[in-house]
Write a protein that binds this ligand. Structure first.
Ligand code: NDP
Ligand code: 2IT
Length: 444
């Protein structure tokens, strides 16, 4: 068997109950086949892929906290420090009841290549907890965050591991965690990104993932002779990534007609009202039914359905595996031109293959949503030099990074005879730098 097949089999045997992790490993290794085969003997001897698919360290810990009624709850905390070949571990913290070790490992594995693609010196990591922030009071959120950080602080630091936000972790949670880190360690350092502007946060970090997604999408369309302005767009999700993807798409002249959350979705034929969406989601932390209540021209539907709307561009920005084969078929039959992933692995492998086989431009998450972590790395730079840059400066750097990623993934695909296959291109471009650094640093 080939080395790639051997390692996929090994990872399957060792991680049988981690379907998302296996999915991510298969997707990456399958697409790296062309590169691995060129150096098969050397990589096998160095156990390169065995090392790449095994986290350097995994921390798992108990997170006890007390609710407003005095009841004690216990959650599981995680930090997976996957790969530090090119820089300190970097990646978000997900707070969602679905979180388990397999999901954190999939996210940490993706993060290695994504962070490499940014061109900035950051390794791959991810963490989080099965804590559910929904319906909790501010005090309960603070109690959880303080307890979580009381353990996590032992493993992180500005030069070792720098967590940030992800699903369920936004500015409020980062604030509580930062306060606790500082209280325990006495260090005022850039140990978390996504911080508030008054205590070391970067301008444009809030917007970065969504804006970056549109900068890359715009560039990918341009490379293929297509204009973004005037296009109709479906966005899923209504959190941080979805909101700022919608905002930038509309600034660039496209019309976003859908958003969703875990209970339902909105179809707004006049274009999503971003100010209203922010009010509902960022301020009130309410359901999308409130958006509909304030916007009579919009429709609200229970359950799933954003991919059934006829659009030119689809931007999945909610969660993993939210766009399956049937959705892909519907999008193609409605004439979709491009799909770009704002979320991590939102498209199943079958759906991705179907879209690509039908000529749809497809930008994988590790390239398309890299603007968030790239701007986190810019926040780290600003913290190190104890300065803050203007919004325009950060936004210009972000745009430049996304345009570079777009060309790098296209060029890498071309180099290996897979022109237009940006999944292969992004994986190769991300992999090359990590492998180079791992090889140079010896067997560690
Ligand atoms: P948020 O928590 O701000 O928003 C998540 C959105 O997705 C909400 O609308 C949420 O609905 C919906 N959602 C989450 N889980 C599910 C689910 N299981 N089923 C249906 N809907 C769901 O998170 P972000 O916007 O930060 O993250 C969205 C995606 O983008 C994730 O995949 C994340 O890993 C990825 N990402 C985030 C980055 C960042 O900088 N924040 C950077 C790069 C990638 P509800 O509120 O009802 O749960
Ligand atoms: O998936 C991701 O890239 C993030 N959640 C952002 C990570 C970061 O460190 O900003």
């Amino acid at each position: 068997m080939s080395y790639v097949d051997d390692v996929i089999k090994l990872v399957e045997e060792k991680n049988p109950a981690q379907p998302e992790f296996l999915q991510a490993v298969r997707e990456v290794l399958e697409s790296l086949r062309v590169v691995i085969e060129e150096n098969e003997e050397k990589y096998r001897k160095d156990a390169l892929l065995e090392r790449l698919t095994m986290p350097e360290k995994i921390h798992m810990f108990r997170v006890p906290w007390v609710d407003d009624k005095g009841q004690v709850h216990v959650n599981q905390g995680y930090r997976v420090q996957f790969n530090s070949a090119i820089g300190p571990y970097k990646g978000g913290l997900r707070l969602h009841p679905s979180v388990n070790i397999g999901i954190i490992k999939f996210l940490g594995f993706e993060q290695i290549f994504k962070n490499s693609l940014t061109g900035l010196p950051i390794g791959g990591g991810k963490g989080g907890s099965d804590f559910d922030p929904k319906g909790k009071s501010d005090r309960e959120i603070m109690a959880f965050c303080q307890s979580f950080m009381t353990e996590l602080c032992k493993y992180i630091g500005a030069d070792t591991d720098v967590p940030a936000g992800d699903i369920g972790t936004g500015a409020r949670e980062i604030g509580y965690m930062y306060g606790q880190y500082k209280r325990i360690t006495g260090l005022y350092e850039g140990v978390l990104t996504g911080k508030g502007l008054s205590y070391g946060g970067s301008l444009a970090r809030t917007e970065a993932t969504g804006y970056g997604l549109l900068y890359l999408t715009d560039e990918m369309l341009k490379m293929n002779g297509i204009e973004l302005a005037g296009k109709t767009v479906a966005v899923s999700g209504s959190g941080n990534v979805a909101i700022y993807a919608t905002e930038k798409a509309q600034q660039l002249g496209a019309k976003v007609v859908t958003v969703s959350d875990s209970t339902g979705w909105i179809y707004d034929p006049d274009g999503i009202d971003v100010a209203l969406l922010k009010e509902v989601k960022e301020v009130k932390r309410a359901r999308l039914t409130e958006y509909k209540a304030a916007r009579p021209g919009a429709e609200y539907h229970e359950g799933k359905g954003v991919w059934s709307v006829k659009v030119d561009i689809a931007l999945p920005c909610a969660t993993q595996n939210e766009l399956g084969l049937e959705d892909a078929k519907q999008l193609v039959s409605n004439g979709v031109i491009a799909v770009a992933e704002g979320a991590n692995m939102p498209t199943t492998m079958e759906a991705t293959e179907y879209l690509q086989a039908n000529g749809v431009l497809f930008a994988p998450g590790k390239a398309a949503n890299a603007g968030g972590v790239a701007t986190s790395a810019l926040e780290m730079s600003q913290n190190s030099e104890r300065l803050s840059w203007t919004f325009e400066e950060v936004d210009a750097k972000l745009k430049n990074i996304m345009v570079n990623i777009c060309h790098n993934m296209a060029d890498a695909a071309k180099r290996y005879g897979k022109e237009g296959n940006y999944v292969v291109g992004a994986n190769i471009a991300g992999f090359e730098k990590v492998v180079d650094a791992m090889t140079a640093q010896g067997i560690v």
